[in-house]
Write a protein of this length. Structure first.
Length: 301
């Protein structure tokens, strides 16, 4: 069916999720585009709350689909969402965001204006770097000179310049809290062994898969408020290690040459130095483990 599946992947954030659901019910899109709302849950939501969600959404004409799963992980939630979606476009929102009233209508119009695209993304309000921060990100290879490009080490730091955009632009990647795709472009998603739990870099991989079907765009009019509840409830050392390791896999998937891996080494060294003044031992140890992983994998090649 031509329409939009609004998907929220969540885990034990009932307050955040409730706020997000309320923002979806305040849309000005009317009945011009069929909408369904899908919640994929890795935690537990009380039945009473689920009933309230269904009542709110049904009153807007939005069918509500809820799925609780035991095989935890964000990437697996994305896969399940694609399976459950009955619409031809899928919007993925984080559970801790709020979308303005024009968001869904603007997104729908963007797909009409760019019929050959495979996906459209937006911008999180407040996500930006200072001038010095931009210089640091460029020098540490966390950011590219082009807003729509990944850095040499495969990092997505260029999104911190998206707030400067005044018109729609092409991009290699979208931001996971605020990304959408045509279902046809991501219909063949399958399990990926290295994408576990918080699944660092899953939005980059999904964007890469979708781009095989057509270009991706960022529309600066698609701004949302991201409250940024803790990004991961996992161990800080594991998160830091995974941040490095998953980018090794992303570079491998891209068939990157030695330059990409050397850039990732430089990025990781910078991240270690950045944590030193804070004495964040867990993060430092995680990045060091990641650094060893880069060298061991390159030595084995």
């Amino acid at each position: 069916m031509q329409g939009l599946s609004v998907v929220i992947c969540t885990r034990n954030r009932v307050q955040d999720l409730t706020r997000c659901i309320h923002s979806i019910t305040n849309q000005d899109i009317g009945r011009t585009c069929p909408i369904e709302v899908i919640v994929i849950d890795d935690g537990a939501i009380p039945e009473k709350v689920l009933g309230e969600f269904e009542t709110l959404l049904t009153a807007c004409g939005y069918p509500f689909i809820y799925h609780s799963k035991t095989d935890r992980g964000l990437w697996l939630s994305r896969i399940k969402a694609v399976e459950l979606s009955t619409m031809d476009k899928i919007l993925f929102l984080d559970d801790d965001v709020e979308i303005p009233a024009h968001y869904l209508s603007t997104l729908n119009q963007t797909y009409l204006d760019y019929p050959n695209c495979s996906g459209v993304g937006g911008i999180a309000i407040g996500m930006h770097n200072s001038f010095l921060g931009t210089i640091r990100c460029l020098l540490s290879f966390q950011q590219s000179l082009s807003s729509g490009k990944l850095s040499l080490s495969g990092q997505a730091g260029s999104m911190y310049n998206w707030h400067k955009a005044r018109k729609i632009f092409k991009t290699e990647f979208q931001h996971g809290c605020n990304m959408s795709f045509k279902k046809e472009a991501i219909k063949d998603l399958g399990p990926v062994p290295w994408l576990k739990s918080y699944s660092v870099g899953e939005d980059i991989l999904m964007s890469r898969i979708a781009r095989k079907s057509g270009p991706l765009y960022i529309n600066p009019e698609l701004k949302l408020l991201h409250h940024e509840s803790p990004a991961s409830r996992d161990n800080l050392e594991d998160v830091a290690y995974t941040r490095v390791l998953n980018h090794v896999y992303l570079l491998k998937d891209k068939k990157s040459g030695p330059v990409g891996y050397l850039a990732l080494v430089w990025t990781t060294l910078y991240l270690i130095l950045r944590e030193q003044p804070k004495k964040n031992v867990a993060a430092i140890n995680g990045y060091k483990k990641g650094l060893k992983e880069i060298f061991s994998r390159q030595t084995a090649r």
